[in-house]
Design a protein around this ligand. Structure first.
Ligand code: FE
Length: 198
């Protein structure tokens, strides 16, 4: 009698990832040092701060904001932010009428050069499937209650296009500098699961 093979989904993800990495290294397809540097950079050096700078500039410079909405990738590159997973960025603007929220229904596509690596909830199958079907409920569960007459648009990021939300500038921030404004902008607001408050 032959033993049943363990199904691959019963092997923990970290072990499967390690095995895959080992294979790629053994075959000379990747250099583990390059890979470590790459991961460290996006984990430690690139955080949501880049995205926050883009938002603060858009709030204070109407011409930049127009370029940002017309050609996200190009306008963002003006600030020096580009690289893997940021080759085609599309910026969607929140207003009193429309609230935008971003998901990758297939996996976890995310604008790395602007926000660093995605948080665990963004990769969670529950978020990925539910935010499309019942965005208002999911947002409320995450602490964002939107007025019933605010339309919610869900954008599905992919390996081709990654969406980025330009949140609304909170009232009472007219006197703040660009740097002070950037300090208010959170990662969650740029994914669209929160708003910026002063
Ligand atoms: Fe993805």
């Amino acid at each position: 009698m032959s033993k049943a093979q363990p199904s691959s989904d019963r092997i923990p993800m970290n072990l499967r990832t390690e095995a895959l990495e080992q294979l790629l290294v053994e075959r000379g397809l990747v250099d583990p040092q390059v890979m470590d540097t790459f991961i460290k950079t996006y984990e430690k050096d690139v955080g949501p701060l880049n995205g926050a700078q883009v938002v603060a500039k858009a709030w204070t410079d109407p011409e930049f904001k127009q370029r940002l909405l017309d050609d996200g990738t190009g306008a963002i590159a003006e600030l020096g932010f580009k690289g893997p997973q940021g080759e085609h960025l599309v910026v969607v603007e929140n207003s009193a009428e429309v609230h935008n929220v971003v998901v990758c229904t297939l996996c976890s596509c995310y604008p790395w050069p602007l926000l660093g690596l995605p948080p665990a909830w963004y990769k969670d199958p529950a978020y990925r499937s539910r935010v499309v079907r019942e965005p208002r409920t999911v947002l409320a569960e995450m602490g964002l209650e939107l007025p019933t007459d605010t339309e919610i648009t869900v954008w599905d990021s992919s390996s081709e296009v990654r969406f980025f939300v330009l949140p609304q500038r909170p009232p009472g921030t007219e006197e703040l500098s660009e740097a002070e404004l950037a300090a208010l902008v959170t990662r969650d607001a740029m994914v669209g699961v929160a708003q910026v408050s002063a």
